[in-house]
Design a protein around this ligand. Structure first.
Ligand SMILES: *Cc1c(COP(=O)(O)O)cnc(C)c1O
Length: 324
């Protein structure tokens, strides 16, 4: 996607997006000593507030919401959801009302954590539901209840993952198919695995995806097949999942992982987000150490997000990102 002049793009109010995102080679002896070239696909630099794969997944929904004209976008997520934050950041400059349905009604009476506080500061209306109610989020009755409460609205699924978002992530794969140097293996962290499903479809036949799940979920492979069936009508591309790097599950960040992330950030000047990106990079270092990555491999790690910056600027008066 290029950035058309103001006025022609319905998302122009978000400011420019840096696409294709930069591809950066990293000199790290844990990889080079094993004959592996490590590249970072810097999706964390695509946009200052609608970050990384959330830009890829949310922008088609935002365009659709603007066309539909209901003026409201509702989505669901956990208390630390990057997806909620990205939607909240995009809503106000686009003139869209945003509602975040948050898992855990025990949070309702308490002070907001920094992530939810940021959502609220961006104008998102937060609505807390019990875990039992949250589990029904894919049901038609849930959608009906949402529309009764909040009026006509576009409903975006958890993590933004649906056929529209998955198709949009194929563009990330196409960028990597056209990249120099050109990766043999594209590695990325998986939550819902919607991003993986799209990226695999966009790569060239001789490239493959290595997904690193951040949560122990034996159904994730099925989710990929379902996403691809819904978005493309059948399986696309070559992909596999490397399990065993969940570090205790979603949002769990044991000291060894945090130490690895801090060291990587320090060595390479790249901010390392903890829930996904740290687990990805840790897995790649470990798989390379074990000899599971063949010498001569060009390995691209997708930096799908960035650590939360509590001082993140308001989009309304932010300046475009510059430099790498
Ligand atoms: C949401 C998110 C993911 C997970 O993407 P899925 O498409 O749900 O697998 C990965 N990395 C970061 C930084 C995220 O915020």
């Amino acid at each position: 996607m290029t950035n058309p002049p103001e006025g022609s793009d319905p998302l122009a109010a978000l400011g420019p997006a840096r696409l294709p995102s930069p591809l950066q080679e990293i000199d790290d002896e844990r990889f080079t000593a094993r004959g592996v070239r490590l590249l970072l696909k810097r999706d964390d630099l695509v946009h200052p507030r609608v970050i990384g794969n959330k830009w890829r997944k949310l922008t088609p929904h935002l365009r659709a919401a603007l066309v539909e004209g209901t003026g409201t976008v509702v989505t669901v997520g956990g208390a630390y959801s990057n997806h909620l934050r990205a939607l909240a950041a995009a809503g106000r400059p686009l003139g869209l009302r945003t509602v975040g349905i948050v898992r855990g009604d025990e949070l309702a009476g308490r002070p907001l954590n920094p992530s939810l506080a940021r959502c609220a500061a961006d104008g998102m209306r937060l609505h807390f539901v019990s875990r039992a109610e949250y589990r029904t989020r894919h049901d038609a009755a849930f959608a009906r209840a949402v529309r009764e409460r909040f009026g006509p609205a576009r409903l975006v699924p958890e993590g933004g993952s649906d056929p529209l978002a998955v198709s949009s992530c194929a563009e990330l794969g196409r960028e990597l198919a056209a990249a120099h140097p050109r990766p043999d293996v594209v590695a990325l962290p998986c939550g819902t695995a919607g991003t993986l499903a799209g990226v695999a479809a966009g790569l060239a036949p001789d490239q493959r995806v290595l997904g690193v799940p951040v949560v122990r979920d034996p159904t994730l492979g099925d989710a990929v097949r379902r996403f691809q069936e819904a978005a493309f009508g059948g399986p696309r591309g070559r992909w596999e999942l490397a399990t065993g790097f969940e570090h205790g599950g979603y949002g769990r960040t044991p000291p060894a992982l945090l130490a690895f992330a801090a060291d990587f950030a320090d060595r390479h000047g790249v901010p390392v987000e903890h829930c996904y990106v740290a687990k990805l990079l840790y897995a790649l270092a470990e798989l390379t150490r074990r000899g599971s990555v063949a010498p001569g491999t060009v390995l691209a790690a997708v930096v799908t997000g960035r650590p939360e910056d509590p001082r993140a600027p308001d989009l309304d008066n932010s300046t475009p990102a510059s430099g790498i």
